[in-house]
Design a protein around this ligand. Structure first.
Ligand code: FES
Length: 113
């Protein structure tokens, strides 16, 4: 069971303002992504907390069928088909190291990687 106190809910997952938006990881928890394992992906992020980075159980990110979908804000970097065992790599390389994980990027929004 997820420690719900570590998860933030939101209503508009794509509303961002790069200046005022705190850094966060949005993990889609809508139907299609959930069927693809998004609940476990969310749990994996919650289990690896990063200071000043919120983990958000997001509503649909509009990319159904390509999930589990993860969006990192405010840099607007998308990862798709994320599996729980890949979350430590995203945390270490992207959230802590500040580098995109090229092989996991969502091709639709990052066609050049
Ligand atoms: S259900 Fe996850 S993007 Fe729509």
């Amino acid at each position: 069971m997820l420690p719900m106190s570590n998860i933030t809910q939101e209503f508009n997952p794509l509303a961002t303002n790069p200046v005022s938006t705190p850094r966060c990881v949005r993990v889609c928890q809508n139907r299609t992504c959930k069927k693809q394992g998004a609940k476990e992906v969310l749990a994996a992020f919650v289990a690896l907390p990063v200071p000043d980075v919120a983990v958000i159980a997001s509503s649909c990110l509009g990319q159904c069928g390509n999930g589990p979908m993860v969006l990192i804000v405010p840099e607007m970097v998308w990862y798709n088909r994320v599996q729980p065992h890949e979350v430590p790599t995203l945390v270490e390389k992207h959230l802590i190291g500040g580098q995109r994980v090229q092989q996991m990027l969502y091709y639709r929004f990052h066609p050049q990687g």
